[in-house]
Design a protein around this ligand. Structure first.
Ligand code: NAD
Length: 263
């Protein structure tokens, strides 16, 4: 298999679901230096152990990191660059489901805590990544180098249905799309390429409770392909966004949703 990815990659929320499968897919596609972070060190250990099992030649830095905490993000990114000497690919994936409630029922604290993780968390990581990427390859007007992928959602593009009223989640993911587009425009002239991944419903631990309760049945029926995405299908699309195969994509949201949003 041709090597698609080079340099150092950094992934948040790598202890589970999409982040975990992305870590493994990055190693499969040639990454040799991988900084993996998660708020849950035990979950992260599982990802790292399996990675080392499959790809013993990949160097891994395991970082216990809370994306909602500025100091934690800064220390994770600094450790990445000091361990590996560069930051070439960053995947801002960590996120939570948030309250499954319509606006009238959401408490202010729940709303704020959700945004701390799903929006401020992405922004804190993106800011730190851009600051470091701008310092790479300091040779003229395109002084930086690197690519960033924010894991948004198809719910960053369309509304949730009344049967799955994830109001805060949808608002946060729309905001992640705004951040992605604006930073993409701002930093493309500086050699930094920024895009978003917009998955439909994916069979990950995050969706497990909702799937078990039956609340997802209607959503699966509404999906033309009639099923949830598998984690590998999203990880492979993130590999594409991180690789030179997507070299002219900038500020885009790559939708992988089994046809949900085209209806
Ligand atoms: P998941 O729950 O399986 O994994 C999320 C990981 O993020 C966990 O390991 C968790 O410990 C970590 N995390 C949570 N809060 C954190 C914090 N404050 N700091 C650092 N790490 C933290 O979820 P997933 O389904 O793989 O979701 C990953 C991303 O994909 C999220 O941003 C989610 O919104 C997005 N997404 C998921 C789906 C889906 O259907 N599962 C669909 C579209 C988008």
């Amino acid at each position: 298999m041709a090597t698609l990815l080079k340099g150092t990659a950094f992934i948040t929320g790598a202890g589970s679901g999409i982040g975990q499968y992305t870590a493994w897919a990055f190693a499969k596609h040639g990454i040799k230096r991988l900084a993996l972070s998660d708020i849950n060190p035990k979950a992260l250990r599982t990802t790292v152990d399996e990675l080392k099992n499959r790809h013993p030649d990949v160097e891994v830095e395991a970082l216990e990191m809370d994306v909602a905490d500025e100091g934690s993000v800064e220390s994770g990114l600094s450790r990445t660059v000091s361990a590996f000497g560069s930051l070439d690919i960053a995947v801002n994936n960590a996120g939570v489901g948030g309250p499954m409630k319509p606006t009238a029922e959401v408490a202010t604290d729940e709303w704020k805590r959700h945004f701390d993780i799903n929006l401020t968390g992405v922004w804190l990581c993106e800011r730190g990544e851009i600051q470091r990427m701008l310092k790479q390859n300091n040779r003229g007007p395109r002084e930086g180098r690197g690519t960033i992928i924010n894991v948004a959602s198809m719910l960053g593009l369309v509304a949730a249905s009344p049967t799955t009223p994830a109001t805060a989640y949808v608002a946060g993911k729309h905001a992640v799309m705004g951040l992605t587009k604006t930073d993409a425009v701002m930093y493309a002239p500086h050699g930094i390429r920024i895009n978003a991944m917009c998955p439909g419903y994916v069979e990950t631990p995050l969706l497990k409770a909702a799937t078990a309760s039956g609340i997802m049945d209607g959503e699966i029926k509404k999906t033309p392909m009639g099923r949830l995405a598998q984690m590998e299908e999203i990880a492979d699309a993130i590999v594409f966004l991180a690789s030179p195969l997507s070299s002219f994509m900038c500020g885009a949201g790559l939708v992988v949703d089994g046809g949900f949003t085209v209806q």
